[in-house]
Design a protein around this ligand. Structure first.
Ligand code: PEP
Ligand code: MN
Length: 338
């Protein structure tokens, strides 16, 4: 149930509604709106009559939410939510945001040079991994806190907000201290302890789709973050496992308009991990924009052949610049800017 308060209802009326919800053993999550506040009642009980809530002072309307992902559902918010990823830019508006950077932070010079390159071509944020979830324990695992420091220093020098993956609940506080946006990778989409931990802090979260997750499972993972108190969630389609072996994963572009019909959360696409092949990044980026993605996450390195991680799917800064120019008319054709 979502309880919509009347415009101008008092704090006392709102507190009374919240107390009543909690008194029934449900969790009340307050969503502040520009015109009216909304209280989402979360829990297993579904049998409290709508009329009961409508009779409470200050309540305009109580709306049953049928979807299992109550807070992520478009039933709750008909307009796409805008999630701010730095002082200058919010994902989910008319302008498509491109986040770019190396798979892994390798050293300070590498990061700064890539950051300057992608910023010059119009990226809205820099992404680089400091904790890397590698398939093999013998592969480079990331610079960890030293990498986080380089990310923060690079933000100071370039003004670009920085994004990085967090792998475990114990690291959430430290990672959030250094970066602007936390990323939950595909391998952790179903790590509910980690989802709750990023939900209990306020920085925005890019949640990647689990490589074997259905869209319902993906949205319920987002619901863990939202229901823990953080409404700044961005969904990322990054490819799923299928029988196809010409690409690293199968990038599901139909997921984008389908997700956008189900949820108000912004949706971005990662064509780098989704394909694993550099020559597919540009066509799939254009496809993603054409089907309504709010943003892209693209791996870029000044010398992909020398990249410590994921070089085969990584663009040079020059290729990235060309792609950004080519995306402009595609964005305009679907009523967006880039
Ligand atoms: C990444 O973005 O660097 C990454 C490891 O992505 P994914 O979790 O989608 O594999
Ligand atoms: Mn990568």
């Amino acid at each position: 149930m979502i309880i919509v308060m009347k415009p101008g209802s008092s704090k006392g009326e709102l507190d009374h509604v919240i107390k009543t919800v909690e008194g029934m053993g449900l969790k009340a999550v307050l969503l502040h709106g520009t015109e009216r506040d909304v209280v989402a009642c979360l829990g297993d009980k579904r049998d409290i009559a709508k009329d009961f809530w409508n009779a409470l002072p200050g309540v305009e309307n109580a709306v049953p939410i049928l979807s299992p992902y109550k807070m992520a559902s478009r039933e709750v918010r008909p307009a796409t939510s805008q999630v701010r990823i730095g002082p200058q830019f919010a994902l989910g508006g008319k302008t498509i945001g491109v986040i770019a950077g190396p798979c892994a932070v390798e050293n300070k010079e590498q990061l700064l040079s890539i950051a300057r390159g992608v910023k010059g071509h119009g990226a809205v944020a820099l992404r680089g991994g400091a904790f890397k979830p590698r398939t093999s324990p013998y592969s480079f695992q990331g610079l960890e806190e030293e990498g986080l420091k380089y990310l923060a220093e690079t933000r100071e020098e370039t003004g670009l907000p920085v994004v990085t993956e967090v792998l475990s609940p114990e690291h959430v506080e430290m990672v959030a201290k250094y970066v602007d946006v936390l990323q939950i990778g595909t391998r952790n989409m179903g790590n509910f302890v980690l989802l709750k931990a990023v939900g209990e802090q306020p920085k925005p979260v890019i949640l990647k789709r689990g490589m074997s997750a259905t869209l319902d499972e993906f949205l319920l993972a987002a619901e863990y973050i939202l229901s823990s108190g953080n409404s700044n969630v961005i969904l990322c389609e990054r490819g799923i496992r299928t029988f196809e072996n010409h690409t690293r994963f199968t990038l599901s572009l139909s997921a984008v308009p389908q997700l956008k019909s189900l949820t108000h959360l912004p949706v971005i696409v990662d064509p780098s991990h989704g394909t694993g092949k550099r020559h597919l990044v540009s066509p799939m980026s254009k496809g993603a924009v054409a089907v309504g993605a709010d943003g892209l996450l693209i791996e870029v390195h000044m010398d992909p052949e020398e990249a410590l991680v994921d070089g085969a799917q990584t663009l040079t800064t020059g290729d990235f610049g060309t792609l950004m120019k080519e995306l402009k008319p595609v964005a305009e054709a679907v009523g967006r800017d880039i």
